[in-house]
Design a protein around this ligand. Structure first.
Ligand SMILES: [Zn+2]
Ligand SMILES: [Zn+2]
Ligand SMILES: [Zn+2]
Length: 417
């Protein structure tokens, strides 16, 4: 710390002279005595052990906060006329993308800290934000390092990346669980509101379920090591259950090849059957836990044409007195409908005139089914009622398209209004 021995009228002038001298002396860590001749008007002992540090490259800064700190540092008061230009950086403490600079006022010797980003316990820090961002885009450590290198920003270490990655994963999992519980509450409230409950008062809902794999099958090659599936509420369109199945764990696999016991690790292997069975396994687990998780019964499963998942759910019998019903999803329904109509139009068993007419109008038939689905999916009525109404519309569709409107419903047909 500087020691001021005496202070007189010529302080400012002498002090400015002192700055130039201290520039050199700081580096050589010498004690400075200024103004011998000014007859001890001022004497500064600058015992500074710090060298000036010259930061290279760029940093990510919270610009408002940076200015705030600079203004505060600039307004520091001392017996001298301290100015911004007397500040030098003597140290930088880096924690990933977060830097804390130590500044020194060459005039009065006071030290300051300058943070690039404000610390806030209620917010993610810059490392967590950037890692979460890179994870959201499906990228990883190699990509983040490349981007930072191009931007001339010092990279974050692999160790810090991995730690942050695990932390972000945990938060995501917690948030996902919270969101699923909230979605369940929404579905319960809706089912009760429209009166879709069992005789015991347990709310019932229709759910949509599907899965994806880490590898494309191209219709023949079903051997992905990893698969994920989710169950989504038909009303809320929010996820109620999700799961991941892995057939492979690197640590286990390496140990097995060395014929050793694997070391203690967070093993991600939780499945050993064929990859095609992953979807059925996850979705069945979701059905079995629906009562415990949300107090809900998934009475209808809306899914694609895959029959094995539904068979697995039926065999598992998740609900005592209820058999889950299967409903084809809209895409599969329309695809199969059009396929069948086109097959009819090419079947020479029928008259050419009729086949031509059908070929001209089959897209209108498709459109009719689509409109009916849109109309009924937005109604607040139990799912079984929706299905009955949609079925009636589909069965009446071709009468309407070919000019017989006697059974058309007013919402479906303008001629009937
Ligand atoms: Zn100062
Ligand atoms: Zn393992
Ligand atoms: Zn009509």
């Amino acid at each position: 710390m500087p020691r001021i021995q005496r202070f007189g009228k010529k302080t400012k002038k002498t002090a400015h002279v002192a700055v130039n001298k201290t520039n050199k002396t700081l580096e050589s860590n010498l004690d400075v005595s200024v103004g011998d001749d000014e007859q001890n008007e001022i004497s500064i002992e600058q015992n500074c052990s710090s060298k000036e540090y010259n930061p290279k490259g760029r940093r990510i800064v919270e610009i408002g906060y940076l200015f705030e700190q600079l203004i505060q540092i600039n307004s520091h008061t001392s017996l001298f006329d301290c100015r911004m230009e007397y500040l030098i950086i003597i140290k930088e403490k880096k924690a990933g993308l977060n830097s804390t600079f130590e500044l020194l006022c060459k005039m009065c010797g006071e030290k300051f800290t300058l943070e690039t980003v404000r610390k806030d316990d209620n917010k993610m820090d810059i490392n967590q934000e950037v890692v979460a961002g890179i994870m959201s885009t499906g990228a990883g450590y190699a990509q983040i390092t490349t981007v930072l290198a191009y931007a001339d920003i010092p990279p974050i270490s692999l160790r810090l990346y991995e730690l942050t990655h695990d932390q972000v994963c945990q938060w995501w999992e917690q948030t996902a669980k919270h969101c699923m519980i909230e979605a369940g509450k929404e579905e319960v409230e809706y089912a009760k509101r429209i009166g879709n409950v069992t005789s015991d008062g347990v709310p019932m809902i229709a759910v949509i379920a599907d899965a994806c794999w880490s590898k494309r099958s191209y219709g023949t090659n079903y051997n992905a090591s990893s698969g994920a599936a989710a169950i989504v509420g038909q009303h809320s369109k929010k996820v109620l259950y999700s799961g991941v199945k892995n057939k492979y764990c690197l640590t286990c696999s390496r140990s097995a090849s060395k014929r050793k016991e694997p070391p203690e690790h967070a093993c991600c292997k939780n499945f050993s059957g064929p990859s095609t069975a992953m979807e059925a396994a996850i979705i069945t687990e979701g059905f079995k836990s629906s009562l415990a998780d949300h107090g809900l019964i998934y009475s209808h499963l809306i899914a694609d044409g895959d029959a094995s998942t539904y068979a697995c759910i039926r065999n598992a019998r998740p609900y005592e007195n209820l058999t889950v019903a299967k409903v084809e999803c809209k895409n599969h329904l329309l695809r199969n409908y059009c396929k069948a109509l086109l097959a009819l139009s090419t079947n020479t068993f029928y008259h050419i005139k009729g086949r031509k007419l059908l070929k001209e109008k089959y897209l209108k038939l498709r459109w009719g089914v689509d409109s009916s689905l849109k109309y009924w999916s937005g109604r607040d009525i139990p799912f079984t009622e929706k299905l009955t109404n949609i079925k009636m519309d589909i069965q009446n569709g071709h009468y309407h398209i070919f000019g017989d409107h006697s059974n058309c419903k007013p919402y479906f047909c303008k001629k009937k209004q």
